[in-house]
Design a protein around this ligand. Sequence first.
Ligand SMILES: Cc1ncc(COP(=O)(O)O)c(C=O)c1O
Length: 365
Amino acid sequence: MAETIPLARPSIGDAERSAAQRVLSGTQLTSGPELKRFEALLAETSGRSHAIAMSSGTSALELALWAIGVGPGDAVLVTAFGFPAAANAVAARGATPVAVDVHEQSWLMDFEAAARAANSSTKAIVTIDQLGAVTSSREIDSLQLRTSLPVLSDAACGLGGTDADGRPGGVAGRMATFSFHPRKLITTGEGGAVVCDDEELAIRLRELRNHGQVGNGRFAGIGTNARLDECGAAIGCAQLARLAPMLTERRMLVDGYHQRLEHLRESGKLRWQVLADGSQHANQSFSIVLEKRLGRDAVVGALQAKGIGCGVATYSFAEIGIHKEAGLAPVAKSLHEGALSLPLYIGMRSAELDRVCDALAEVLS
Ligand SMILES: Cc1ncc(COP(=O)(O)O)c(C=O)c1O
């Protein structure tokens, strides 16, 4: 049988290898010049004044919530459809994540539903840049004004994408977070970051990620260790330098999927995310939703049996059985049940796109 086509694969080249080697040839393995360089590059890329690198996207979310004082008794509105890291981070702070449904077409937060759900217990709102689609910065700004609540943008998958106004993923909200897990647009191994424009918040986040220390041996309060190491930061610099060509390649691959799968879309067997005109999807994943009667799990099984690395696109946190007070989010539920991701990675060849699309057409026929 032909080799399995992976669902995803990080793109690590000579630049990343020599960056790691540079760190390993010295003695400073944490909190050094690579971290400073990476944070400066990241702030520039996301259009923010400050970037604070973290050990993961999840620790970035947790510390962002911590920094604005989210705690027991608070409710936080969270986009229902999206990896449950944001909802889990809210629960880890002792607060309750409340699900806000998404739009059928874009799979992004329904802002009217968010405004309706906000009440006196709500402490913050978390939007999620679903699979690389960037949430509208205009809508985020207006929701903050309408509700007087801070919006935290989980842009784990939105780095390098833009919204319909051409504003980059991570630019909107009181803070935004990124993940640099190997399945993301750039990787540091494990890693993440918070970006913001508020200097006091940036100082607070740096304290929280470093055991609450404000200087050597001086502690402002309780903190944790959420530091990104020098090797990760050095690899991150090399990856950020390649972000633009990597985004172009991802866009071309997704165009290739659209061309090859258009006949299945026209016949109503599947559909994909549709964004507002002018947005640029960062294409962290390419996901489709199948016509209900086709049964997503059976299709995933049949594709895997043909050597196609595919899987569930992502989850509605209201459906995973952990967050009992999440409430209902019917559109997110149907995406949770019906969406799947197809292989997408730098270096994917046109013959591999053909193989995935031919296999899908055969399974759906
Ligand atoms: C939308 C979203 N937010 C947060 C995370 C968590 O990131 P990490 O795995 O770096 O903790 C992920 C990871 O899959 C994600 O997809």
